[in-house]
Design a protein around this ligand. Structure first.
Ligand SMILES: Nc1ncnc2c1ncn2[C@@H]1O[C@H](COP(=O)(O)OP(=O)(O)O)[C@@H](O)[C@H]1O
Ligand SMILES: [Mg+2]
Length: 243
């Protein structure tokens, strides 16, 4: 894949594969092209050249909305909550109401919807509890702290029952006391079989929760493997660990 912005090669012939069911870290210095990569994968940006295969199918050109309906969700480096909805409403908005479009949903009608809404509310409560945010459940999301807004975004993505979740720096701006809850949430996603690709700067965290690591620098993938392998890679040491 390649993608340039006004002559800057944000992504320059980068290629990698993300293993299904694993947590993969995308690391690299600022400006390496990591966020751009996430935007292309999730349909928010078109590449100039290249291809993104999801389950073996080309998805370049698919809208983020369509990809989300297929289970490919992403969160942003900066939060994007609905500020005038409550925290709970934000979470419910994330839940995919796809039952209504199925035949059984149409046949069963209102009763079915109410059951689904109740189940989603329960899931939202469990998530809010896991991040110790139950006390802000009925507050406007726009009133939350920066870190709490990022958690709302993460919870909203989880509510959508993703199959492949792309997280752009999920721990950035999160209160230290909550970092472990986010890590636990990612580990729960993995045990539920969700594939995760996450941009993360803290290599200790990467080592703890990621199965594989992709290293980008200057728009290219310079290494791809397990953390302990990468620590021995001179190119990676130069680009990332060096200073
Ligand atoms: N929308 C944009 N317009 C212009 N330049 C951009 C845009 N998005 C990213 N870039 C540039 O592309 C390069 C890669 O950026 P980015 O993907 O955000 O890197 P990372 O997430 O690894 O820090 C940087 O030089 C950045 O300035
Ligand atoms: Mg970035």
């Amino acid at each position: 894949m390649s993608r340039a912005f006004a002559g800057i090669h944000a992504i320059n012939d980068a290629s990698f594969r993300v293993e299904a069911g694993a947590v993969t870290a995308l690391i690299g210095p600022n400006g390496a092209g990591k966020s751009t990569m996430c935007s292309v994968i999730s349909g928010f940006l078109r590449p100039d050249r290249g291809s993104v295969l999801y389950d073996g199918e080309e998805i370049v050109g698919c809208s983020p909305h369509r990809l989300a309906a297929r289970g490919l969700l992403r969160t942003f480096q900066t939060s994007s909550e609905f500020p005038r909805l409550t925290v709970t409403e934000n979470l419910l908005a994330g839940a995919r109401a796809d039952r209504g479009t199925t035949l059984i949903g149409a046949l069963l009608g209102r009763r079915y919807w109410i059951a689904e809404e109740r189940a989603n509310l329960e899931r939202a409560r469990v998530l809010l509890m896991s991040f110790e945010l139950l006390n802000v459940a009925d507050q406007m999301a726009g009133m939350l702290s920066g870190g709490q807004k990022r958690l709302v975004e993460l919870m909203r993505a989880i509510m959508a029952r993703p199959r492949f979740l792309v997280l752009d720096e999920p721990l950035a701006g999160i209160h230290p006391a909550t970092v472990e809850s986010v890590i636990a949430a990612i580990q729960r996603l993995r045990s539920d079989g969700v594939t995760v690709l996450m941009i993360e700067h803290n290599l200790g965290v990467v080592e703890r929760i990621c199965d594989r690591v992709i290293v980008m620098a200057n728009g290219s993938v310079i290494a791809n493997g397990r953390m302990h392998e990468l620590r021995q890679n001179p190119e990676v040491i130069d680009a990332y660990f060096g200073n």
